[in-house]
Structures are given as C-alpha cells and as structure tokens.
Design a protein around this ligand. Structure first.
Ligand SMILES: Nc1nc(=O)c2c([nH]1)NC[C@@H]1CN(c3ccc(C(=O)N[C@@H](CCC(=O)O)C(=O)O)cc3)C=[N+]21
Length: 284
C-alpha cells in the first residue's frame, strides 16, 4: 500500500479560487488588495519565488508591487524601501523576501514592517500575538500545513505531532499554532540538539520535517499510517530534495509530494493573508 498524497498543488488551486471571489467583492467596494515584495540581491531561487508570488497575485486579482534592491544595499536603503511601503496606500500587505544579505539584520528589517501590513506574520508583534493567543496574521508555511492537513481530513485534535526544526518561519510558529485550543494537538519540537530523533518520530501521528536536511526522515523512523509533511527545499546535484526519503511512501498513510506540497500552500496562504489584511484595513 502506498500513502495518499497531501496534494498541495490542487489544494492551493482551490484556495485561490475562493480568494478570487473575495478579491472581486473587495474590488466592487473600490478596494484593490496589493501585495508588495522586497527582494534584496539577485539569488536565483529567491527571484524565482518572488516571480511565482507575483504570478499568483495576477491569477486572483491582487495588484502586485515589486521592490528590488542591490545585494550591497545599505540598511538605510532597506529601511527607506520598507517605510515607503508602510506609507503606500496601494500596498495592503507585503513581505521582505528572506534570506537577506548577511550584512543586514533580518530581525531588524522585519521589525520595521507595519504589523497591519505584515503578510508573512513574522513581525514581532504578530509572533507575540500568536504566543498570547490573540488574533494575528500567521506565518504562511505553518498556516499552509494546517490547512493542507485539514482539507485532507487528517485528524489534528489529540494527535501527537513531531515537528523537526525550530526555525522562526516554520517550526517554532507551527508548534504554537498546533497547540492552541482550536487545534489541540500535542507537539514535540525536535531540533539538532535532540538526542534520539527516531524515538520521537516513531510514535508520532504526524511528522513535519522542516530541518532542511535532505532525506533525513526514513521509513524506519515513522509509524505505519502516519501523516508526513515535507518542508525541506535543499538542492542536491541541481535537484530540489526534501527532508523525506522516498521509502516513506510505502509505510505512511499520507505524504506531501515535494514539489507540489507545502510550497504551493505557502504561496496560497500568503495571498490569503493579503486578502485578510485588505479586508481588515478597510473595516470589512
Ligand atoms: N519573507 C519570506 N516569506 C516566504 O514565504 C519565503 C521567504 N521569505 N523566503 C524563501 C521561502 C521559500 N518559499 C517558498 C514558497 C513556495 C515554494 C513553491 O511553491 N515551490 C514549488 C516548486 C517551485 C519550483 O518550481 O521551483 C513547489 O513546492 O511545488 C517554494 C518556496 C517561501 N519563502
């Protein structure tokens, strides 16, 4: 028996159709949602992600604004770009594409974003709201993972979830989201300091692999019938390689394809955050 795919591509397409309706309603009220991206430097992968995000916007009727800065941009230039978007009424939500060049401080840049326009949910105010159980814009990848599980009827309430990776964009916020009363999962957050990873993953109902280590989760490390979510995007000999080894498909109950799983869901949730923000900014 082979696992059922958690089809991110199809699910993202369905979400985009739903968003198209909400965007049309906003436009009827004279509100045009606008997503801006700030890209610093010319990393080809980042350029590709940004390109895909703008294409998504076009598909659902969201206006998009592209801000590009050179790799050697100064902190002042980046601050000016961010403050420009905070003040721009055409921009209802935006992201600073990560990573940014090393000479610039990521947390500093994120903290300059107007929390009401923070489409990534990575501003300290929004992460703080998440910790405090207050309504917040949530980070796109964790939100996409929860939505993907939900729409495939993978049970979350009461589930034992192992998240591998404690990064700020995925692992850490995902743990917070899944342990809210509304999700009620039990989460173990594993990381590079975890002594015996397999002892945790082997008993989990759901494993989210967000470590960025190619093929680190193998079939012998999982429970039969478990749901597996692959967040990994490593390049191995020019091929995008996830954190799940291919042999897991024969043992798991559900697996996210990669590509075609978490990536498209992340982008769909970015659009969803922008539409949420546009509705909120206009009191709807
Ligand atoms: N501020 C910020 N917000 C982000 O959300 C953000 C970021 N910075 N920096 C980089 C990561 C990475 N990321 C991806 C989103 C979609 C795909 C995606 O859709 N991938 C396709 C394949 C794309 C391809 O053809 O290469 C898939 O998985 O099917 C991948 C990666 C968002 N990120």
């Amino acid at each position: 028996m082979t696992a059922q795919p958690l089809d991110g591509k199809a699910t993202a397409a369905a979400i985009k159709t739903e968003l198209t309706t909400r965007v049309a309603a906003l436009r009827e009220h004279g509100v045009i949602p606008g997503l801006a991206t700030v890209l610093v430097g010319s990393d080809p992968a980042s350029q590709n992600y940004v390109r895909m995000k703008h294409r998504d916007c076009e598909q659902v009727g969201i206006q998009s604004i592209r801000v590009e800065l050179p790799a050697d941009a100064t902190a002042e230039q980046l601050r000016d770009a961010i403050e420009g978007l905070n003040a721009d009424p055409a921009c209802t939500g935006y992201i600073v594409q990560l990573p940014i060049p090393r000479h610039l401080d990521e947390n500093w840049a994120l903290s300059l974003i107007d929390p009401d326009k923070d489409a990534d949910g990575l501003h300290p105010i929004n992460l703080g709201r998440l910790v405090l159980n207050e309504p917040a814009t949530l980070p796109c990848t964790p939100r996409g993972i929860v939505e993907l599980l939900r729409r495939h009827d993978v049970p979350i309430k009461g589930a034992e979830v192992v998240v591998v990776g404690r990064g700020i964009t995925v692992g850490r916020p995902l743990g917070l989201i899944l342990t809210r009363r509304s999700e009620n999962a039990t989460v173990t957050l594993c990381h590079t300091g975890t002594r015996d990873l397999a002892s945790h993953t082997r008993t989990a109902d759901i494993v989210v692999a967000a470590a960025g280590v190619p093929h680190m989760i193998t079939a012998d490390m999982i429970r039969e019938g478990a749901a597996l979510v692959d967040v990994g995007v490593s390049r191995v000999d020019g091929v995008t390689t996830g954190d799940l080894a291919p042999d897991v498909w024969e043992k798991a109950g559900w697996v996210t394809p990669n590509p075609g799983g978490v990536g498209p869901m992340t982008r769909a949730m970015l659009l969803s955050n922008v539409v949420d923000r546009a509705e909120a900014l206009h009191g709807r």
